[in-house]
Design a binder for this molecule. Structure first.
Ligand code: UTP
Length: 292
């Protein structure tokens, strides 16, 4: 079955990037001239997604405004032939896909946020793009790489990349066997592994393609003993144990927009390749580096 729906959970508190995320959602933080979440919508649209549900909360209404028409602004740009490109860019944001919104009324974690997508998803497979994980690959959108694996093997898929031994302890570690190319079978997953628990350096990073049975699976997952929160990783681990989960080691550069260093990496690297400011920024950086 073709995957045409996607869900972007964007209702987190973003405490790691406070105070920037106090009034501006972290998903709206800038990478050069576009907010992070616009990169996600563009990635999904490029992979054939037509309908996107964004999960927000009461402090995130600017996300809705960003994907709406902006009449006053557009009228002013439209009247000026020199600003046609800007007009097109502003207008295009609202027309990338059909975008819907639902609120997660209490911030009870990612798994709880995903449950809010149940009515939107219905009985179709769907993609998830975590709202603060930007992955750039202009030729092969990361979520499209997962969708291809899903359509070939008809099993849910999580996106993974190899991390350093230090980093993997902050994420999770997957027990996998190779199938073909960049696709692996997942057997189980350990959240925040200790040194002894690391099974591979693959961690789940920001992209999944799932089937609607995920909602019952989340409801059946016991909450974490310490936090009382249900972890999506625990749901995925059970799917691995049930022989019902693949992973794709996606190609693309991932930036963690929920992290100060990730925001800086994204801005520097995207600026270096930017058609308008790339050359100027490269010269500026070279100059600056002489004194570092
Ligand atoms: P994070 O794990 O980064 O959580 O969420 P967070 O709460 O936003 O970040 P910190 O730790 O406080 O800095 C991963 C994705 O899931 C969404 C976030 O918006 C982010 O895009 N999320 C997280 C929700 O939609 N709801 C939640 O309750 C938690």
């Amino acid at each position: 079955m073709k995957v045409t729906k996607a869900v972007i959970p964007a209702a987190g508190l973003g405490t790691r990037v406070l105070p920037a995320s106090k009034a501006v959602p972290k998903e709206m933080l800038n990478i050069v001239d576009k907010p992070a979440i616009q990169y996600l919508v563009e990635e999904a649209a490029a992979a054939g997604i037509t309908d996107i549900l964004i999960i927000t909360n009461r402090n995130k209404h600017v996300i809705e405004d960003h994907f709406d028409y902006a009449f006053e602004l557009e009228a002013s740009l439209r009247g000026n032939p020199a600003k046609k490109d800007l007009y097109d860019a502003v207008r295009d944001v609202a027309d990338k896909a059909n975008i819907y919104f639902v609120r997660q009324k209490e911030t009870k974690g990612l798994a709880h946020a995903v449950l809010k997508a149940e009515a939107f998803v219905g009985d179709e497979p769907f993609a998830i793009l975590y709202g603060d994980d930007v992955i750039i690959n202009d030729e092969k959108p990361a979520i499209g790489q997962l969708i291809n694996a899903f359509e070939k093997y008809n099993k849910p898929v999580v996106g993974v990349n190899e991390c350093s031994r230090e980093d993997i302890k902050k994420y999770c570690s997957l027990d996998v066997t190779h199938i073909e190319g960049r696709i692996y079978d997942v057997h189980s997953i350990v959240e925040k592994p200790t040194d002894d628990e690391i099974m591979s350096l693959f961690a789940i990073l920001g992209r999944n393609v799932l089937t609607p049975d995920i909602f019952d699976r989340i409801r059946a997952t016991p909450p974490n003993a310490k936090s009382g929160e249900v972890y999506l990783t625990d749901t995925f681990s059970q799917m691995g144990i049930d022989n019902n989960l693949l992973c794709v080691d996606f190609e693309g550069k991932r930036y963690d927009m929920g992290d100060k260093f990730g925001i800086m990496e994204a801005n520097v690297e995207v600026a270096l390749n930017h058609p308008e400011i790339g050359d100027k920024f490269r010269n500026y950086l070279k100059d600056l580096a002489k004194n570092l």
